[in-house]
Write a new protein. Sequence first.
Length: 386
Amino acid sequence: KIEGGKIIILPSGCLGTTEIDLQCKSPTESVFYQFSMANRMASTDRILCVVASPSSSDETVVVDQTSVSGQTFKVRISGGRINTKVGINFTVTTALTEVLTFVATLPISPSGIIGEGENGSYVIGNDGPQGEQGKAASIEVGKVIASEAGGLAVVKNTGTAYDAVFDFILPRGEQGPQGVQGIQGEQGIQGIQGIQGIQGEAGTQILTSNRDPVRDDAGKNLVWLNTATGDLFETNPVGENLYAWDKIGNLKGEAGSVIYSGTSDPVYNEIYKTSDLYFNTTSSDLFSFNKTQWIKLSNLKGASGARGSLCFFGSEAPVVSSHYKELDSYINTKTFDFFVFNGNNWQPSGNIKGAQGLQGEQGAQGPQGLPGQDGATGAQGDKGER
């Protein structure tokens, strides 16, 4: 192995058409070449990494064993075809995120001849003196930021040349396909049944009489049937707690009229005659047949009452949920604390567990028990002395 004892110092400024020729080598030699970037870098900057590769199609040329020290670096070049020139591409990245590139030409010759550039813009001399020990460097990862999909990854040093902090801006990946729907979970256990709610409003009440109704008969959700004339009336609100009667039809058909019923609305059929009636048992709508069609007279079913308040039970304090309504109550079965829901929060309303009762008086003495059975005969005693 032959090590080149020379250092190539790159000049400052634009290289332009400047040729950088390396000391020639034979195809069998492996030679180390050292480069100084001091003229092309800030004094506080240093080299982080170097990428070198042959620019020709000569697959026998190998560039490896790259090492870095401050503002200089060294590479080893092996192989090559005799009597050719090989371009070597160099890309140098510094701690201050500068990227420097240049191309050097390496002659492959039988013997070592030092090449010189046409413009004399580089210097081949003896090795320089050993530089001062560099400061210990540190590298840490700063921010990692996601950017739009399809963009370029960017690395930026937000620290210093010796204490680098690298921020990474990385593009998001494309959204993946929707996953398969998970299996349905097991059904939860049934909750404790709540207490009976408050009774809802009364439904429509049907009154009958042989006369028409008067104002004093009016009230909420009332229907009145005059049994003498067949006229049907219902009340409608005309003010606060005030109602008036409106005639909505007549249930007394012509002679031979029939009342039908079913679970759906009636449809035309030639069997129906004028003044026939039809009652929908599902919706409680009442219809009258008028020659060619059914006409809805009224609905005899009152409005549904509002949901009453419910009482819930649990072994922990209640939590707020849209499931609960105002005036619902809750009992903690461990502490017996009682809560009432005000529409927004559960309000403590006492404890339904009673206080410890007083000790009762001592009971009367029970009757004497029955005599026990005779015991077994004892053993014969020892004979006494005379």
